[in-house]
Design a protein around this ligand. Sequence first.
Ligand SMILES: N[C@@H](CCC(=O)N[C@@H](CS)C(=O)NCC(=O)O)C(=O)O
Length: 217
Amino acid sequence: MTYKIIGSDLSPFARKVLVFANEKGIEFEHDPLVPFGVSDSHKRMHPQGKIPVLVDGDRVVPDSSVICEYLEAENPEPPLYPSDNYERARAKWFEEFADSGLTTGASAYFFQNVITKYFFKGEPDLEAVEDAATNILPPFFDYLERELGDADYFVGGRFTIADIALGSTFGAYALGGGEVDASRWPKLAAYVERVHGRPSFKGLLDGNRAAIAAMAG
Ligand SMILES: N[C@@H](CCC(=O)N[C@@H](CS)C(=O)NCC(=O)O)C(=O)O
C-alpha cells in the first residue's frame, strides 16, 4: 500500500512532510490540494480544513509534525529523529520553533509576495513584510545563528527533523523573496543554502519557483 500525502508543496507544512518522505526514500502518491475552499470530504479528514494530511490505507493522519513522527515510527531508516533524549527534545523544539515562531515572519513574505499577489491577484500588505523584516525575523535569525554555531546541522551534527522543518520554513521565506543577509548571519545563510541544496529540497523548491513564475505570467 502506497502512502498518499495531501497538500500543495507550496505550503511549508506540506513541504516538510514531502521532504521527510524524500529523505526516507518512501514511495508515495501526492495530491497537491490547495487549502482554500476545501471539500467536505477533506474536512472529514481534517476538521480545520488544513493541509497536509497523510492517508495510509484506511488510516488518516493530519498535521505535519504528527505525520513525520508516524512516518519515522513506521520507517525507522534512515533515522531523522535523534535517539538521545535531550537531542530529540532539541530537534523537536527547533521543529516547533520553525512551525510556530519563525513561520510568523517567513510566511508574511510568502503570503503577501506570492499568494496575495499572484494567487489572489491582490495588493500585498507591504507593511506586514516590513514588520517581518525589521521586527520579527532579526532576533530569530540572531538566535539561530548562535544555536547553530560551527555545526552543519542544528542537532547532533546530523541532518534531522529540525533541519527539515527549518528548511521548509526558510523555503517559504526564500520563495517570497526573502534572503538571509550573509554579512549579518553568515552561518545561518550558509546553512540555508546547504539544506536547500539537498536533493530532497532542491527538486521541490525548483518546482515551486516554476509554479510561481507561471502564476506571475
Ligand atoms: N500545524 C499544522 C499547520 C498546517 C497549516 O496551517 N496549513 C496551512 C497551509 S500552509 C493550511 O492548510 N491553511 C488553510 C487554512 O488554515 O484554512 C501542521 O503542521 O500541519
